[in-house]
Design a protein around this ligand. Structure first.
Ligand SMILES: Cc1cc2nc3c(=O)[nH]c(=O)nc-3n(C[C@H](O)[C@H](O)[C@H](O)COP(=O)(O)OP(=O)(O)OC[C@H]3O[C@@H](n4cnc5c(N)ncnc54)[C@H](O)[C@@H]3O)c2cc1C
Length: 417
């Protein structure tokens, strides 16, 4: 059944669920198809910078997220060889004041649950789990999709299809002239451990970022401080798709050699019994939609995790897409192209900035010494100011057609920096 204001979303990850909530707020009726039988995020943490939390809070998720989110006081950049603090970038209340929204770190499952619960409570959103979108056909009034649910064929018609189906987006593969993501010869190893298993200094509310030769390490508390999320990024040729590959502690320790990494860092890496591995890919530039189909989040513009912005970009996408629908419902194809234009420059800039950050983190020898010295001399405040273009982003004014008129930040500087 097609309806005047019906939009389909393929993928119920961070991007798809946020888009469903934002589109429903903008007066649309939304069906989300998710291939997984249950909505559960891989066990790991995620940093949510103010450009993302601003949108989530505007969608009414502030209170549920606050229950388990941790607001780090800062990012402590540490030298991998000595454990010496190179610089401390202030976050916490001062960043919240600067950007008008908090910087949070949170367990992905908690974020996914809050999004899914809000979607389930919304009468304009239908969540169809265990449903894989397999094909689509544009037509003069919109789009028809074909999928499969528990062996049964599913068909649905609507005005538009938003493909929020992740890095390996099957929908993107069905569109013509879209290159596959590029393998970056790096692997992210991720683990969650009980806070009591790590020394007290690593339980404090900070994002710890260790820089060392051929690897870097990030860890921070999640689940209101009960768990510590650890991410180690190393040069590697492992290139399987997906989130579920497991790794052994002895294997990851080999990347943190005794001669170049201090005992404190190595001891922390030795804590988890199980790791999950994720091969890193991105794209040179965002993929484009076509006709009544658009792409959102990693399907459009996967970025390397060095800026911690992939999820944030999907959340921003959702807000901009919904805002574009508010006044232009009569021409959905025009709405989708306007949304893509609005997002292109910023998401490409984030992709480039993330690659550059990866190169800076990966410096070795005298270049690493210069990097550390420059960071130290600049100081935390100046380093943070360097990201004003990123964290200070505000969604366009977003008038919620059916329910109420709400101002989500102001539109100044909203689209691109
Ligand atoms: C190590 C690492 C650390 C990161 N840290 C951060 C961070 O701190 N902050 C941050 O903002 N980002 C971070 N990211 C990036 C972030 O995880 C991703 O950008 C984000 O999850 C993308 O969300 P998405 O909704 O676009 O895609 P996904 O989360 O991949 O969701 C896609 C969904 O689509 C579903 N799907 C796929 N195909 C179909 C189909 N045919 N039919 C139906 N459903 C389908 C999948 O099952 C999945 O649920 C990190 C990434 C990595 C690898």
């Amino acid at each position: 059944m097609a309806s005047d204001r019906h939009v389909l979303i393929s993928g119920g990850g961070i991007g798809g669920l946020t888009a469903a909530l934002a589109l429903a707020r903008a007066g649309m009726r939304v069906t989300v198809f998710e291939q997984a039988p249950r909505l559960e995020e891989a066990g790991a943490g995620i940093q949510l910078s103010p450009n993302a939390t601003r949108v989530l809070i505007a969608l009414g998720l502030g209170e549920p997220l606050k229950v388990t989110a941790v607001e780090p006081l800062g990012i402590r950049v540490l030298a991998g060889r000595s454990a010496r603090e190179i610089v401390r970038i202030p976050l916490g209340p001062s960043a919240e004041k600067r950007y008008g929204a908090p910087y949070w770190v949170i367990h992905r499952g908690d974020l996914q649950n809050a999004l899914a619960e809000a979607a389930r409570a919304n009468p304009d959103i239908t969540l169809s789990l265990a449903t894989r979108v397999e094909d689509f056909a544009p037509h003069s009034n919109g789009i028809s999709i074909q999928g499969r649910r528990l062996g049964q064929v599913v068909e649905e018609r609507a005005l538009a299809l938003v493909a929020a189906d992740g890095l390996w987006s099957p929908a993107r593969a069905l569109l013509r002239r879209q290159a596959a993501p590029t393998f970056r010869h790096k692997t992210a190893w991720r683990a969650l451990v009980p806070a009591q298993d790590v020394p007290p200094q690593w339980r404090l509310p900070f994002v710890h970022l260790w820089l060392g030769p051929d690897a870097h390490l990030v860890h921070y508390p999640v689940k209101a401080g009960a768990l510590i999320n650890i991410v180690a990024i190393v040069d590697d040729e492992f290139r399987e798709e997906g989130w579920s590959a497991t790794g052994e502690t002895f294997d990851i320790l080999r990347h943190f050699a005794r001669w170049s990494w201090c005992e404190e860092a190595r001891d922390l890496i030795a804590v988890p019994e199980r790791w999950q591995k994720w091969a890193l890919f991105d794209r040179k530039s965002p993929a484009r939609g076509s006709g009544p189909i658009t792409l959102l989040g990693d399907a459009a513009h996967p970025s390397l995790p060095f800026l911690a912005q992939g999820g944030a970009m999907a959340i921003e996408d959702a807000a901009v897409l919904a805002a574009n629908f508010v006044d232009n419902i009569d021409d959905p194809v025009k709405v989708l192209r306007a949304y893509e234009r609005a997002r292109r420059k910023r998401t490409a800039k984030v992709q480039r900035a993330a690659r550059r950050q990866g190169r800076i983190y990966g410096r070795t020898g005298p270049e690493a010494l210069v990097r550390n010295l420059v960071m130290k001399m600049m100081g935390g405040e100046k380093l943070l100011a360097h990201y004003d273009w990123l964290y200070g982003w505000k969604p366009p004014v977003f008038e919620f057609a059916h329910r109420h008129v709400t101002q989500v930040g102001d539109s100044e500087g909203a689209q691109e920096s």
